[in-house]
Design a binder for this molecule. Sequence first.
Ligand code: SF4
Length: 207
Amino acid sequence: MISVEMTEAEFVEQLLLLTTEGRPFIPSVYSLLDKLTAEEIAKTGRQFACHEGCSFCCHQMVVCTEIEWQAIQDYILAEMPFRARNELFKRAKRALPEWRHWLAQNEVKSQQDPFHVYKAWMGKPCVFLNEQGGCSIYPVRTIDCRSVASDVQCTKLVRQENAHRFAFPWHQWANNLILDEQRAKSFMGVTPLLHMMDVLMSKMGKR
Ligand code: SF4
């Protein structure tokens, strides 16, 4: 049974059950997370300052695993409304020249220092942030995006004392499972979302 009292082992069991029923891995993880978080908030009355349209933490370079990107790509190509997809491609077209230019000059340094890209992109909007201040891939946003929450309205991106990464234990469990699954599929590391978007645009002949 899905409950906020569940242990990590029970979380894994629930996930096995969902995936055995034929549901893909990443959507199963996200649905379990959403249920547990909603239940915890309903039970404890805990309130976060995060709200639709804030987008404060969407002004940096978020990264994701290959398996998370598969879910994002499927959503963009099969489920995203036409207008939103069109707007996304336009935003990506505007943002990608800067990314490519930066990458050409910083590829080696980025490989040596994984935080190099974070520092360079701090304060710049995520390509998926829409004109209304919402996430255009909200149902499939990454574990990185899902696991950050703040008790007070954020005013700065770094050292925000009231912002929590892995606000609930199941965020950490899910993150570990996603990384394990990524390794099991022989994919390595994480990649900036803007780079993934560049690859998709290139495949679609939209660069
Ligand atoms: S993917 Fe969505 S939630 Fe995550 S940083 Fe980008 S706009 Fe924000």
